[in-house]
Design a protein around this ligand. Structure first.
Ligand code: FE2
Length: 202
């Protein structure tokens, strides 16, 4: 299930974190050269991300462990996909190494830009695959999304049951289940770049 936590992050702390990541080097991406990726060390208790977000994430999730996370700048909107990792071999490894079971399997998004062009839509549809055509039985006639904002997405984008259409606002946190289908609106057609932090929690 997806949830928006409005105005939960102090603006001054958000400015501090934006500045911190703007100065870090880009690690690049193996899969997409239009994405700037920077190291996020939430597992390190001395790290700025842990200091700022640990109390908030504890409020949202209770006890939690980071699986992976990153600072990203993207000039390419994501089509419909899940963030599921359970089909990757490394998943079981990670769980074993951490000596426990996955408790949350959640994604937490922290927008570092805001405006009506930046939207994340989350559907009431789940899959362990990155993307698989959904069962036609779950599709509806029209979920109300504007097709012009989602031309980069698969055709089912206006027919999947919509759970949340979230417009990015500084200070908010959006969460969803990692195996939940979601997509980005096409901010790139406005010549914009999207900046955000993403945390995947065990
Ligand atoms: Fe995602």
């Amino acid at each position: 299930m997806s949830t928006v936590y409005n105005s939960i992050i102090d603006r001054k702390k958000l400015e501090k974190i934006s500045k911190y990541y703007s100065l870090l080097p880009d690690l690049g991406s193996e899969t997409n050269d239009q994405i700037i990726n920077k190291k996020l060390e939430y597992h390190n208790k001395n790290d700025i991300s842990y200091n700022i977000f640990s109390p908030l994430f504890t409020e949202i999730l209770g006890e939690h462990d980071l699986d992976v996370g990153a600072y990203k700048e993207s000039s390419n909107p994501y089509p419909i996909h899940t963030d599921s990792a359970s089909h990757h071999e490394y998943w079981n490894d990670r769980i074993t190494r951490r000596g426990g079971e996955e408790k949350h399997n959640m994604a937490l998004l922290v927008p570092l830009v805001e405006g009506p062009e930046f939207k994340t839509v989350v559907f009431d549809a789940y899959s362990e695959e990155f993307f698989k055509e959904p069962d036609p039985k779950i599709l509806i006639d029209d979920n109300g999304l504007d097709p012009d904002e989602f031309r980069h997405c698969q055709q089912c984008v206006t027919r999947l049951p919509l759970e949340i259409s979230y417009e990015w606002k500084l200070g908010d946190i959006l969460t969803w289940d990692r195996n939940q289908l979601h997509a980005s609106a096409d901010f790139a057609r406005h010549g914009l770049i999207k900046k955000f932090l993403i945390f995947f929690m065990l």
